[in-house]
Design a protein around this ligand. Structure first.
Ligand SMILES: Cc1cc2nc3c(=O)[nH]c(=O)nc-3n(C[C@H](O)[C@H](O)[C@H](O)COP(=O)(O)O)c2cc1C
Length: 363
């Protein structure tokens, strides 16, 4: 309702400026005296049917914020007020870096999509660690930290960047997401290749074992791999003991877009990605039967998309682009709709719906 008025104004601004304005509003919300309570009253809504567990973590609901929205770990609690059960911060690189030249984020309203080529702009791991430490919240959403490499680190030394970011951030995170799938850091997706991936996961697992409390490590995959490549990645991930696959990042494909900016270089997210992401979720679920689970992301804009991802095999879902188009009520509305859909189908818990379509298809 409020967003119906705000959105046309925001959409007049250049897309990244609008994001900066929204994040400034979120930060201010957290600091104002009574506003957090008001926002919570408007947007918080939970139902026990939606509760999910993963790797010893309890999620009040399966709906979380995908990586990229809060690269600096400064919006976690504001996003929780909107009803998200988890927030994935990042991608965080070891050193600060500016990312690609602007403009680098584009709206495609006719397609309910975005194209971005931000290129891991961010303040670096030291600043993000400081922001995470500064949170003074006893209870809150599950916080994941998504890690990556700096652009100017040669690919042969990528593991060193991931290890540095892991060591700095894992103790402050509930889980770590290893991002090998952003299309905007040259060569990053080559880490899907078996030998490179095995080495990366081996080193991170060793660091993890050295922690007093090892963290679940999730591997975030690209939607643009061939079935054979995906199978290799899933096998390597399972052998290394990853705790989840996050499917998927943005795509380089341009499936039948209508918007004038469809030709921009970068990763496409939002509605046109949903079907592809769902196919990847289902393919992984068919290989793993949910062990380890899949976190489904790509084109979730409401309860129907979230439910379809869950039925395709996702235990948790995340979204980013949907919030740009639907606004701050998206978590609440998605959760309400999901609870309704589960009851309509005679299910008593969300976990009963996970992969239901894939199981049926496989007999
Ligand atoms: C502007 C923007 C920035 C993003 N930055 C990151 C990032 O830093 N790391 C990452 O793993 N994914 C990043 N993503 C990808 C999202 O986390 C998500 O995988 C993708 O957008 C699909 O979800 P959606 O359709 O709900 O947006 C970004 C997406 C957008 C739109």
């Amino acid at each position: 309702m409020i967003y119906a008025l705000l959105r046309p104004l925001l959409f007049r601004l250049e897309a990244e400026r609008a994001h900066e304005l929204v994040t400034a509003l979120f930060r201010a919300t957290g600091r104002a005296p009574l506003l957090p309570r008001l926002v919570h009253a408007l947007y918080a809504w939970d139902d026990p049917i939606l509760a999910v567990q993963w790797a010893g973590l309890r999620f009040a609901s399966p709906v979380g914020v995908a990586a990229g929205f809060d690269k600096r770990a400064e919006l976690v609690d504001a996003l929780a007020l909107l009803g998200f059960g988890h927030v994935e911060v990042g991608t965080v690189t070891p050193r600060p870096q500016p990312g690609n030249p602007r403009p680098r984020l584009f709206r495609l309203p006719q397609d309910a999509a975005l194209i971005n080529r931000l290129g891991f702009n961010g303040p670096g791991m030291v600043a993000v660690a400081r922001a995470l430490r500064a949170r003074r919240v006893a209870a809150g959403p599950v916080v994941g930290v998504n890690i990556g490499k700096n652009r100017n680190t040669p690919l042969e030394r990528a593991v060193e960047d991931y290890v540095a970011a892991f060591v700095a951030l894992a103790p402050l995170a509930d889980y770590i997401a290893v991002n090998i799938s952003s299309p905007n850091t040259p060569g990053l997706r080559l880490l899907h290749e078996r030998a490179a991936l095995e080495e990366l996961l081996r080193e991170l697992s060793a660091c993890n074992r050295a922690l007093p409390h090892p963290r679940p490590i999730a591997l975030k995959v690209s939607p643009d791999e061939t079935p054979a490549q995906l199978e290799t990645v899933v096998r390597a991930g399972c052998e290394a003991g990853v705790a989840a696959f996050i499917a998927t990042n943005t795509t380089l494909a341009r499936p039948g877009l209508r918007s004038p900016l469809a030709g921009e270089v970068g990763g496409l997210s939002g509605r046109p990605l949903a079907e592809r992401s769902r196919a990847v979720i289902a393919a992984i679920f068919a290989m793993t039967h949910g062990k380890p689970p899949v976190i489904g992301v790509g084109g979730v804009a409401g309860p129907d998309d979230a439910y379809a991802h869950i039925r395709a095999g996702a235990r948790l879902v995340q979204l980013y682009t949907g919030m740009v188009y639907a606004g701050p009520a998206i978590a609440r509305d998605t959760k309400r709709g999901l609870a309704r859909l589960l009851r309509r189908d005679g299910l008593t818990s969300l976990e009963d719906a996970v992969g239901i379509d894939v199981c049926t298809a496989g007999g």
